[in-house]
Design a protein. Structure first.
Ligand code: HEC
Length: 404
């Protein structure tokens, strides 16, 4: 758990391991990328690995033996004062394990860096790190382990978690991190929370796509923006570079999804206006002398829940449906039925008005080949409750006078 493990590639034999978070309690995984770099640390040549896991510390480790060489915070880290270089263990802050009750802890459950890869340039000696700046309230005081069943999102942990701030407080940045000096050399603030992975090239450029669909190139030394283009749909993937003959290409998968889009940080993602099936997910390829016109995407749209006077919401059924929603539907259709483009906005769906249509799709899986799983175990009462919940959410968003 939360470890780097080195194996012999020939035999599979275990060589060494390093654990970033012993007794991990915040979902601070170490499943982020690991970059090889040959560095000079205090006059000594080191074959290093570089690793920036969710816990907010940037680790430099000797890859020949697993020895920790440096670990500096690259974002707010309230859970630990520092990492002890002698023992390799974090020096944790009392209370950060919410052992005394609810605790504000940074980084949040989303981590200070997620699975969007960073990149390292041997020319600048810098690592280009997509960083998330957010904290959350961790709390297990209400959880009775003897009678506990997974709630809200069924990720199987006995901890509740709320974003500290669902408004302007969250932000992201692109940092150029110097792994030798242990500090950021430049930083570009970003309003989104989870932007795409980075690519750095021998031409001393850094490329990155953002949540809002903008793809950018920066000067790798200074962070100065050199170029940008609107690709019309949120970007989370990293670009890649390759050459065919003498011609160099940059390729990027454009499309919005993943844990943040599914609403782990609350209903933030919908503000971009990405709508399921409206904007096309696509592979976009660039070359310096490229002449092709990029087909335009339909513009982002504001949510437009359906007004349906004939459907009378019953509060008790809606409440029951809300409980089911968190476990079964919110991961794709969004928390509180506010989606971010991974699945349709059911507040705008006429199918929710139809008992038969809803049953065929939701229980019998009519659309399962199109990414809408069938939930065969749902009872008639549960299906009814889900419909009342979705309609209750539609009415909050579109009172009877409301939009289309
Ligand atoms: C794994 C992701 C996922 C989950 C979980 C999920 N859905 Fe869906 N759902 C989809 C996708 C994708 C579509 C769109 C399929 C298409 O039209 O191509 C969809 C479509 C639908 C539709 C049809 C909407 C329309 O107007 O065409 C309904 C109704 C629906 N889902 C209800 C639910 C309910 C209720 C739940 C929870 C019990 C749920 N879904 C869980 C992904 C999901």
């Amino acid at each position: 758990m939360s470890s780097i493990v080195a194996l012999d590639p020939e035999t599979g034999d275990y060589l060494w391991h390093y654990q970033t978070n012993p007794g991990e309690s915040w979902d601070y995984t170490s499943s982020m990328d690991i970059v090889l770099a040959d560095l000079t640390l205090e006059g000594r040549a080191v074959k290093a690995i570089l690793h920036a896991p969710k816990n907010g510390f940037f680790y430099v480790i000797d890859r020949t033996n697993g020895r920790l060489l440096a670990a500096e915070p690259f974002a707010e880290t309230t859970w630990a004062e520092r990492i002890d270089l002698e023992t390799g263990r974090p020096v944790e802050v009392p209370g950060a394990r919410y052992e005394n009750g609810p605790a504000r802890v940074a980084p949040s459950i989303a981590g200070a860096h997620s699975v969007q890869p960073m990149s390292y340039s041997p020319q600048t000696g810098l690592v280009y790190l997509p960083t998330i700046h957010a904290a959350g309230i961790f709390d297990d005081s209400e959880i009775d382990l003897a009678n506990w069943t997974p709630g809200e999102v069924r990720i199987g942990v006995a901890t509740s978690w709320t974003p500290e701030d669902d408004g302007a407080g969250f932000h992201a940045s692109l940092q150029a991190w110097d792994p030798v000096a242990g500090r950021a050399v430049w930083e570009v603030p970003q309003s989104g929370l989870v932007n795409g992975g980075t690519l750095t090239t021998a031409g001393e450029l850094v490329f990155q796509g953002r949540e809002d669909g903008i793809f950018l190139a920066y000067d790798a030394w200074s962070g100065r923006e050199l170029w940008q283009m609107d690709l019309g749909l949120g970007i989370t993937a990293p670009p890649i570079s390759y050459a065919v003959g003498e011609r160099q290409y940059i390729a990027l998968l454009v499309g919005y999804g993943g844990g943040i889009a599914s609403g782990i940080m609350g209903a933030r993602a919908p503000r971009f206006g990405w709508e399921h099936g409206r904007q096309t997910r696509r592979l976009v390829v660039f070359a310096l002398d490229g002449q092709a016109d990029l087909p335009t995407q339909p513009p982002p749209v504001p949510a437009a829940p359906l007004a349906a006077g004939g459907f009378v919401v019953e509060a008790q059924l809606a409440a029951m449906g809300g409980d089911l929603w968190g476990g079964y539907c919110s991961g794709c259709h969004g928390p509180e039925a506010i989606p971010s483009g991974m699945a349709p906005d059911l507040r705008a769906s006429a199918m929710v008005l139809s008992e038969e249509g809803f049953e065929v799709v939701v229980r019998r899986g009519l659309m399962s080949t199109r990414g809408m799983p069938g939930f065969g175990s749902l009872t008639n009462d549960e299906l009814l409750a889900l419909r009342h919940y979705v309609r209750s959410r539609a009415e909050v968003a579109a009172p009877s006078s409301g939009a289309r």
